[in-house]
Design a protein around this ligand. Structure first.
Ligand code: UDP
Length: 315
Protein backbone atom coordinates (compact mmCIF):
# COMPACT_ATOMS: atom_id res chain seq x y z
CA UNK A 1 0.00 0.00 0.00
CA UNK A 2 1.22 3.48 -0.88
CA UNK A 3 -0.41 6.30 1.04
CA UNK A 4 -0.02 10.00 0.37
CA UNK A 5 -0.82 12.47 3.13
CA UNK A 6 -0.96 16.20 2.49
CA UNK A 7 -0.28 18.27 5.57
CA UNK A 8 1.72 15.26 6.75
CA UNK A 9 4.06 17.45 8.79
CA UNK A 10 1.16 19.01 10.66
CA UNK A 11 -0.39 18.03 13.96
CA UNK A 12 -2.91 15.44 12.76
CA UNK A 13 -1.02 14.66 9.54
CA UNK A 14 2.09 13.55 11.41
CA UNK A 15 0.05 11.13 13.53
CA UNK A 16 -1.45 9.72 10.33
CA UNK A 17 2.02 9.24 8.80
CA UNK A 18 3.03 7.34 11.91
CA UNK A 19 -0.09 5.18 11.86
CA UNK A 20 0.18 4.17 8.21
CA UNK A 21 3.91 3.41 8.58
CA UNK A 22 3.01 1.17 11.53
CA UNK A 23 0.53 -0.63 9.29
CA UNK A 24 3.29 -1.37 6.80
CA UNK A 25 2.41 1.24 4.18
CA UNK A 26 4.81 3.29 2.17
CA UNK A 27 4.04 6.87 3.21
CA UNK A 28 4.50 9.97 1.09
CA UNK A 29 4.22 13.07 3.25
CA UNK A 30 3.54 16.32 1.39
CA UNK A 31 3.75 19.63 3.22
CA UNK A 32 4.81 23.20 2.44
CA UNK A 33 5.57 23.77 6.15
CA UNK A 34 3.45 26.93 6.31
CA UNK A 35 2.03 25.74 9.63
CA UNK A 36 3.49 22.21 9.83
CA UNK A 37 7.07 21.58 10.87
CA UNK A 38 9.91 19.16 10.21
CA UNK A 39 10.13 18.62 13.95
CA UNK A 40 6.80 16.76 13.78
CA UNK A 41 8.25 14.15 11.40
CA UNK A 42 11.86 14.12 12.58
CA UNK A 43 11.42 10.66 14.07
CA UNK A 44 10.10 9.32 10.74
CA UNK A 45 12.60 10.83 8.33
CA UNK A 46 15.02 7.88 8.39
CA UNK A 47 12.31 5.28 7.94
CA UNK A 48 12.85 3.48 4.63
CA UNK A 49 9.13 3.55 3.76
CA UNK A 50 8.80 7.29 4.43
CA UNK A 51 9.29 10.08 1.89
CA UNK A 52 8.89 13.79 2.54
CA UNK A 53 8.08 16.15 -0.33
CA UNK A 54 8.11 19.86 0.38
CA UNK A 55 5.36 21.14 -1.88
CA UNK A 56 2.41 23.53 -1.81
CA UNK A 57 -0.51 21.30 -2.84
CA UNK A 58 -2.37 24.35 -4.16
CA UNK A 59 -0.12 23.67 -7.16
CA UNK A 60 -0.42 20.35 -9.02
CA UNK A 61 1.80 17.49 -7.89
CA UNK A 62 3.06 14.61 -9.99
CA UNK A 63 3.86 11.31 -8.32
CA UNK A 64 5.58 8.41 -10.08
CA UNK A 65 4.09 4.96 -9.64
CA UNK A 66 0.90 3.81 -8.00
CA UNK A 67 -0.85 5.50 -5.09
CA UNK A 68 -3.52 3.59 -3.15
CA UNK A 69 -4.71 6.19 -0.63
CA UNK A 70 -4.73 9.98 -0.56
CA UNK A 71 -5.61 11.85 2.63
CA UNK A 72 -5.92 15.59 2.14
CA UNK A 73 -5.06 17.19 5.48
CA UNK A 74 -3.14 20.25 4.33
CA UNK A 75 -4.59 23.53 5.62
CA UNK A 76 -3.98 26.10 8.29
CA UNK A 77 -6.54 24.92 10.85
CA UNK A 78 -6.46 27.18 13.87
CA UNK A 79 -8.39 30.46 13.74
CA UNK A 80 -5.18 32.42 14.41
CA UNK A 81 -3.39 30.58 11.57
CA UNK A 82 -6.10 30.96 8.99
CA UNK A 83 -6.59 34.61 9.83
CA UNK A 84 -2.83 35.05 9.32
CA UNK A 85 -2.91 33.11 6.02
CA UNK A 86 -6.37 33.78 4.56
CA UNK A 87 -5.51 33.35 0.87
CA UNK A 88 -3.38 30.18 1.25
CA UNK A 89 -6.25 28.77 3.35
CA UNK A 90 -8.77 29.44 0.59
CA UNK A 91 -6.37 28.06 -2.02
CA UNK A 92 -5.50 24.82 -0.24
CA UNK A 93 -9.16 24.09 0.48
CA UNK A 94 -10.19 24.75 -3.12
CA UNK A 95 -7.21 24.29 -5.49
CA UNK A 96 -5.50 21.84 -3.14
CA UNK A 97 -8.62 19.72 -2.97
CA UNK A 98 -8.96 19.84 -6.75
CA UNK A 99 -5.33 18.83 -7.22
CA UNK A 100 -5.50 15.93 -4.78
CA UNK A 101 -8.78 14.70 -6.24
CA UNK A 102 -7.20 14.90 -9.71
CA UNK A 103 -4.34 12.75 -8.45
CA UNK A 104 -6.82 10.30 -6.89
CA UNK A 105 -8.62 10.05 -10.23
CA UNK A 106 -5.39 9.45 -12.14
CA UNK A 107 -4.18 6.78 -9.68
CA UNK A 108 -7.67 5.38 -8.92
CA UNK A 109 -6.79 5.96 -5.27
CA UNK A 110 -9.05 5.92 -2.24
CA UNK A 111 -9.51 9.51 -1.01
CA UNK A 112 -10.27 11.09 2.34
CA UNK A 113 -10.90 14.79 2.86
CA UNK A 114 -10.22 16.39 6.23
CA UNK A 115 -13.29 18.55 6.63
CA UNK A 116 -14.33 20.29 9.81
CA UNK A 117 -17.07 21.13 12.26
CA UNK A 118 -16.59 24.69 10.96
CA UNK A 119 -18.83 23.75 8.02
CA UNK A 120 -21.67 24.11 10.57
CA UNK A 121 -20.52 27.67 11.38
CA UNK A 122 -22.25 29.12 14.45
CA UNK A 123 -24.76 26.27 14.62
CA UNK A 124 -28.47 26.71 15.22
CA UNK A 125 -28.85 22.97 15.75
CA UNK A 126 -27.31 21.29 18.73
CA UNK A 127 -25.66 18.82 18.77
CA UNK A 128 -24.62 18.91 15.13
CA UNK A 129 -25.70 16.06 12.87
CA UNK A 130 -24.30 15.51 9.41
CA UNK A 131 -27.60 16.40 7.75
CA UNK A 132 -27.49 19.95 9.18
CA UNK A 133 -26.44 22.45 6.50
CA UNK A 134 -24.89 24.94 8.85
CA UNK A 135 -24.92 28.65 9.59
CA UNK A 136 -21.79 30.17 8.07
CA UNK A 137 -20.97 33.81 7.41
CA UNK A 138 -19.33 33.54 3.98
CA UNK A 139 -17.70 36.96 4.12
CA UNK A 140 -16.74 36.91 7.80
CA UNK A 141 -13.12 36.48 8.88
CA UNK A 142 -13.61 32.75 9.49
CA UNK A 143 -15.23 32.40 6.06
CA UNK A 144 -11.81 31.77 4.49
CA UNK A 145 -11.62 28.43 6.29
CA UNK A 146 -15.30 27.53 6.53
CA UNK A 147 -16.12 28.22 2.90
CA UNK A 148 -12.93 26.61 1.62
CA UNK A 149 -13.89 23.43 3.46
CA UNK A 150 -17.49 23.63 2.28
CA UNK A 151 -16.23 23.99 -1.28
CA UNK A 152 -13.84 21.09 -0.66
CA UNK A 153 -16.76 18.89 0.39
CA UNK A 154 -18.74 19.90 -2.71
CA UNK A 155 -15.75 19.13 -4.94
CA UNK A 156 -15.17 15.78 -3.25
CA UNK A 157 -18.82 14.75 -3.70
CA UNK A 158 -18.66 15.83 -7.36
CA UNK A 159 -15.58 13.66 -7.98
CA UNK A 160 -17.37 10.79 -6.32
CA UNK A 161 -20.61 11.24 -8.26
CA UNK A 162 -19.12 12.17 -11.62
CA UNK A 163 -15.79 10.30 -11.69
CA UNK A 164 -16.78 7.50 -9.28
CA UNK A 165 -13.79 8.10 -7.02
CA UNK A 166 -13.93 6.25 -3.71
CA UNK A 167 -14.09 9.40 -1.56
CA UNK A 168 -14.70 9.96 2.15
CA UNK A 169 -15.31 13.10 4.16
CA UNK A 170 -14.39 13.36 7.85
CA UNK A 171 -15.87 16.36 9.65
CA UNK A 172 -13.31 16.78 12.38
CA UNK A 173 -14.30 18.47 15.63
CA UNK A 174 -11.85 20.10 18.05
CA UNK A 175 -8.91 17.71 18.43
CA UNK A 176 -5.89 18.04 20.68
CA UNK A 177 -2.78 16.19 21.68
CA UNK A 178 0.94 15.87 21.16
CA UNK A 179 2.47 17.88 18.31
CA UNK A 180 -0.03 20.72 18.36
CA UNK A 181 1.96 23.92 18.01
CA UNK A 182 2.37 25.77 21.27
CA UNK A 183 1.75 29.07 19.46
CA UNK A 184 -1.09 28.04 17.12
CA UNK A 185 -3.49 30.19 19.13
CA UNK A 186 -6.01 27.46 19.87
CA UNK A 187 -7.47 27.09 23.28
CA UNK A 188 -5.62 23.91 24.27
CA UNK A 189 -2.03 25.10 23.63
CA UNK A 190 -2.89 28.60 24.85
CA UNK A 191 -4.31 27.46 28.18
CA UNK A 192 -1.69 24.77 28.79
CA UNK A 193 1.17 27.10 27.82
CA UNK A 194 -0.20 29.83 30.08
CA UNK A 195 -0.76 27.44 32.98
CA UNK A 196 2.77 26.01 32.70
CA UNK A 197 4.36 29.47 32.51
CA UNK A 198 2.33 30.65 35.48
CA UNK A 199 0.49 33.25 33.40
CA UNK A 200 -3.24 33.95 33.67
CA UNK A 201 -5.44 31.91 31.31
CA UNK A 202 -7.06 34.05 28.61
CA UNK A 203 -10.76 33.18 28.39
CA UNK A 204 -12.42 34.89 25.42
CA UNK A 205 -15.86 36.34 26.07
CA UNK A 206 -17.49 35.19 29.29
CA UNK A 207 -16.36 31.59 28.73
CA UNK A 208 -19.92 30.27 28.40
CA UNK A 209 -19.30 29.10 24.82
CA UNK A 210 -18.84 25.36 24.54
CA UNK A 211 -16.53 22.97 22.71
CA UNK A 212 -16.09 19.19 22.79
CA UNK A 213 -12.50 17.99 22.71
CA UNK A 214 -11.26 14.79 21.12
CA UNK A 215 -7.86 13.28 21.87
CA UNK A 216 -5.78 12.71 18.75
CA UNK A 217 -5.43 8.90 18.98
CA UNK A 218 -9.23 8.54 18.97
CA UNK A 219 -9.51 10.74 15.90
CA UNK A 220 -6.81 8.81 14.01
CA UNK A 221 -8.65 5.54 14.64
CA UNK A 222 -11.88 7.04 13.29
CA UNK A 223 -10.15 8.34 10.17
CA UNK A 224 -8.53 5.02 9.34
CA UNK A 225 -11.85 3.19 9.77
CA UNK A 226 -13.68 5.71 7.59
CA UNK A 227 -11.09 5.42 4.81
CA UNK A 228 -11.91 1.74 4.32
CA UNK A 229 -15.71 1.99 4.28
CA UNK A 230 -17.85 2.28 1.18
CA UNK A 231 -19.67 5.28 2.67
CA UNK A 232 -19.21 8.58 0.84
CA UNK A 233 -21.18 11.18 2.73
CA UNK A 234 -19.66 13.22 5.57
CA UNK A 235 -19.08 11.62 8.95
CA UNK A 236 -18.58 13.62 12.16
CA UNK A 237 -15.52 12.57 14.12
CA UNK A 238 -15.11 14.06 17.56
CA UNK A 239 -15.76 13.56 21.23
CA UNK A 240 -19.32 14.50 22.28
CA UNK A 241 -18.22 15.35 25.84
CA UNK A 242 -19.09 19.06 25.84
CA UNK A 243 -17.61 21.64 28.20
CA UNK A 244 -17.77 25.42 28.59
CA UNK A 245 -14.50 27.20 27.93
CA UNK A 246 -14.53 28.61 31.46
CA UNK A 247 -14.88 25.14 32.97
CA UNK A 248 -12.16 23.92 30.61
CA UNK A 249 -9.80 26.64 31.88
CA UNK A 250 -10.46 25.55 35.45
CA UNK A 251 -9.81 21.91 34.56
CA UNK A 252 -6.47 22.77 33.00
CA UNK A 253 -5.38 24.84 35.99
CA UNK A 254 -6.24 21.94 38.25
CA UNK A 255 -4.43 19.37 36.09
CA UNK A 256 -1.36 21.59 35.83
CA UNK A 257 -1.40 21.83 39.62
CA UNK A 258 -1.66 25.60 39.57
CA UNK A 259 -3.94 27.91 41.40
CA UNK A 260 -3.42 30.49 38.60
CA UNK A 261 -5.88 33.14 37.60
CA UNK A 262 -8.18 33.66 34.64
CA UNK A 263 -8.47 36.89 32.63
CA UNK A 264 -11.33 37.64 30.27
CA UNK A 265 -10.58 38.95 26.74
CA UNK A 266 -12.93 39.95 23.92
CA UNK A 267 -14.68 37.15 22.07
CA UNK A 268 -13.31 36.79 18.50
CA UNK A 269 -15.69 37.63 15.61
CA UNK A 270 -18.10 34.83 14.65
CA UNK A 271 -16.81 32.55 17.42
CA UNK A 272 -19.33 29.67 17.51
CA UNK A 273 -21.45 29.70 20.70
CA UNK A 274 -21.75 25.94 20.97
CA UNK A 275 -20.22 22.89 19.38
CA UNK A 276 -20.81 19.20 19.98
CA UNK A 277 -20.81 16.38 17.45
CA UNK A 278 -23.67 13.95 17.13
CA UNK A 279 -21.60 10.82 16.45
CA UNK A 280 -24.46 8.38 15.85
CA UNK A 281 -23.32 7.94 12.25
CA UNK A 282 -19.72 7.14 13.19
CA UNK A 283 -20.87 4.81 15.96
CA UNK A 284 -23.12 2.87 13.60
CA UNK A 285 -20.96 2.89 10.50
CA UNK A 286 -17.50 2.51 12.01
CA UNK A 287 -18.29 0.93 15.39
CA UNK A 288 -16.17 3.80 16.66
CA UNK A 289 -16.33 6.10 19.61
CA UNK A 290 -13.71 8.04 21.56
CA UNK A 291 -12.00 6.13 24.34
CA UNK A 292 -9.67 8.69 25.88
CA UNK A 293 -11.32 11.00 28.38
CA UNK A 294 -10.38 14.65 28.76
CA UNK A 295 -8.43 14.13 31.97
CA UNK A 296 -6.21 11.49 30.49
CA UNK A 297 -5.77 13.20 27.13
CA UNK A 298 -5.01 16.55 28.74
CA UNK A 299 -2.48 14.97 31.11
CA UNK A 300 -0.59 13.49 28.16
CA UNK A 301 -0.75 16.79 26.31
CA UNK A 302 0.44 18.67 29.38
CA UNK A 303 3.45 16.38 29.65
CA UNK A 304 4.25 17.04 25.99
CA UNK A 305 4.02 20.82 26.31
CA UNK A 306 5.95 20.77 29.58
CA UNK A 307 8.85 19.17 27.71
CA UNK A 308 8.57 21.65 24.85
CA UNK A 309 8.64 24.60 27.19
CA UNK A 310 11.59 23.16 29.14
CA UNK A 311 13.37 22.66 25.80
CA UNK A 312 12.70 26.30 24.83
CA UNK A 313 14.24 27.44 28.11
CA UNK A 314 17.39 25.34 27.83
CA UNK A 315 17.69 25.65 24.04
N1 UDP B 1 -10.46 30.57 23.39
C1 UDP B 1 -10.26 31.18 24.61
N2 UDP B 1 -8.98 31.55 24.96
C2 UDP B 1 -7.92 31.31 24.16
C3 UDP B 1 -8.11 30.67 22.91
C4 UDP B 1 -9.42 30.31 22.56
O1 UDP B 1 -11.21 31.42 25.38
O2 UDP B 1 -6.79 31.67 24.55
C5 UDP B 1 -11.82 30.16 23.04
C6 UDP B 1 -12.30 30.60 21.67
O3 UDP B 1 -12.86 31.90 21.74
C7 UDP B 1 -13.30 29.55 21.33
C8 UDP B 1 -12.77 28.29 22.00
O4 UDP B 1 -11.86 28.74 22.99
O5 UDP B 1 -14.56 29.85 21.88
C9 UDP B 1 -12.04 27.35 21.06
O6 UDP B 1 -11.16 28.11 20.31
P1 UDP B 1 -10.07 27.50 19.33
O7 UDP B 1 -9.26 28.65 18.80
O8 UDP B 1 -9.35 26.42 20.00
O9 UDP B 1 -10.85 26.81 18.13
P2 UDP B 1 -12.34 26.90 17.53
O10 UDP B 1 -13.08 25.82 18.21
O11 UDP B 1 -12.94 28.25 17.79
O12 UDP B 1 -12.12 26.65 16.09
Amino acid sequence: MRTLITGGAGFIGSHLCERFLAEGHEVICVDNLITGSLGNIEHLRNHDRFTFIRHDISHPLEIDGPVDNILHFASPASPVDYLRHPIPTLKVGSLGTHNTLGLAKLKRARYLLASTSEVYGDPEQHPQREDYWGNVNPIGVRGVYDEAKRFAEAMTMAYHRFHHIDTHIARIFNTYGERMRLDDGRVVPNFIGQALRGEPLTVYGDGSQTRSFCYVSDLIEGIVRLLYTDFHEPVNLGNPDEVTILQFAQEILELAGRSGSIVFKPLPTDDPRVRRPDITRARTLLAWEPKVGRREGLSRTLAYFRERIAGQRTG
